[in-house]
Design a protein around this ligand. Sequence first.
Ligand SMILES: *[C@@H]1O[C@H](CO)[C@@H](O)[C@H](O)[C@H]1NC(C)=O
Ligand SMILES: *[C@@H]1O[C@H](CO)[C@@H](O)[C@H](O)[C@H]1NC(C)=O
Ligand SMILES: *[C@@H]1O[C@H](CO)[C@@H](O)[C@H](O)[C@H]1NC(C)=O
Ligand SMILES: *[C@@H]1O[C@H](CO)[C@@H](O)[C@H](O)[C@H]1NC(C)=O
Length: 470
Amino acid sequence: MTIPSWNVFFLYFVFLSLISHTRGAPAADGSPLVAGQTIPLRRRNPSPDLDIHQRGQVAKFQRDVVLARYFGGERPTRRSSGDNLLVNQAYDSGYYGTLAIGTPSVSFDVLLDTGSSDLWVAGTSCGTVCNGLPLYDSSASTSFKNTSQSFKITYGQGEASGYVATETIKMAGFSVFNQGFAVIDEMSSGFLSAPASGLLGLAWETLALSQQMPFWQTLASSGTWDSPLFAVQFTRYTNDTQAQALEPGGVLNLGYTNSSLYSGSIEFIDIPSQPSFWYITLTSVTVQGGSIPLGTNAIAAIDTGTSNIGAPLSAIEAIYAQIPGSKPASGSWAGYYQFPCSTSVNVTFSFGGSTWAMAPADFSYAQVGGSQCIGAFFETTGNNPSWIIGDAFLKNVYTVFRYSPPAVGFAALSDVALGENGLNGVPVPSPTIGSATAAVTGNAAPATLRFTPALIGMGVAFSLLHISLV
Ligand SMILES: *[C@@H]1O[C@H](CO)[C@@H](O)[C@H](O)[C@H]1NC(C)=O
Ligand SMILES: *[C@@H]1O[C@H](CO)[C@@H](O)[C@H](O)[C@H]1NC(C)=O
Ligand SMILES: *[C@@H]1O[C@H](CO)[C@@H](O)[C@H](O)[C@H]1NC(C)=O
Ligand SMILES: *[C@@H]1O[C@H](CO)[C@@H](O)[C@H](O)[C@H]1NC(C)=O
């Protein structure tokens, strides 16, 4: 969920209280709603671009390291794919899936976040701030190993901290032994809401603060998947007045794309240089048919862990200039704009090919006062990436995250997928880890293993592999 600034956190709680008033009761268990609204802090300058040859070298290098680490150098013979049914938490605020940790396996709900790269779950050592969350108990698992490395992820004013361990992690039929993850024993209050106990980072290892290869990347790089990619389809409940706090959320497909969920072809957009976030170049944005100036080299992170869409101030101003009666929101909504709820706002995005439309329902983030609504676009302060494209857009497409060659793909949702939006009375999926289809054995390797002199000497700046989050 990338890195929220404190004020967005604050905004989020304002939002939560709004929706809990306007949208009915929270979950039946009385739990508060999930945190999902986040924006990134400043990051380092962009990586110098790698040419296709260098990217091939990086891909080969990464694969060799993984094969050595998880398979003793052998390529696994068995390939497979799997699904994890998702839950839509708090009217599209967050989407979580289920994985299992330990021996014996215990399942946990984790928010899907393509804007960060660590898997973490709250542990039994976590204090009262974790009350009500299902907690991971290392003493109950025979496969727990403590690396004793400390872990801390900072979210503006809030943070989560603990230590790094390795465990058997299972999801959607895949098992990874000795997968690195973080056990959280301190966390800012309200960051997670039951039943979610943690977060599954789905961005690249280069961003992993735990210095552990992410679960998805372990599987993708080891050749375990039928296709080296994963994909998501998210449901929309934001404009459904009958919606409950937990609703069916769509699906995470691992190792394949499900052609029942999209129509037409998948348009892949290459990641312009060494992957860290899932970031691609944004080439066009329109609002009410008018074009928004993007400047040169507008880079957008595709981030399932952010509810809304972050953009630079100049773009925010141009966007709302297309919407009569809009103005900057104030107080706790600073950074957002308000507009007349009666206006249906059409936004489109293009990344060099097709034009993808966002539903007007997804533009209307929250209602404040009688006739004023808060728009889904907020101002970002960082510039790499300068755009954060979150769920407000991703609900409108089938999104594919491809490991090799690194790319993000979009396709139109099929009627089957669209038919899952705003369905009432459908039970949320129960936790499942799928039947075992493939297993990977790991050995948490020291981070240094990942950086060979050859790689550095090849002209790949060392900093590429050490993008720091401030
Ligand atoms: C794991 O190691 C860390 C750092 O030494 C320590 O704080 C933590 O208590 C350990 N956890 C367990 C369950 O031993
Ligand atoms: C693809 O998605 C459809 C609709 O959700 C589902 O019925 C089907 O089982 C999925 N196909 C595969 C191969 O998993
Ligand atoms: C928004 O898009 C819809 C569907 O394409 C169109 O009918 C409508 O006129 C558009 N509204 C504006 C203000 O551009
Ligand atoms: C919610 O928004 C979607 C997309 O704009 C629309 O198709 C659907 O009819 C809306 N649902 C309700 C209940 O208004």
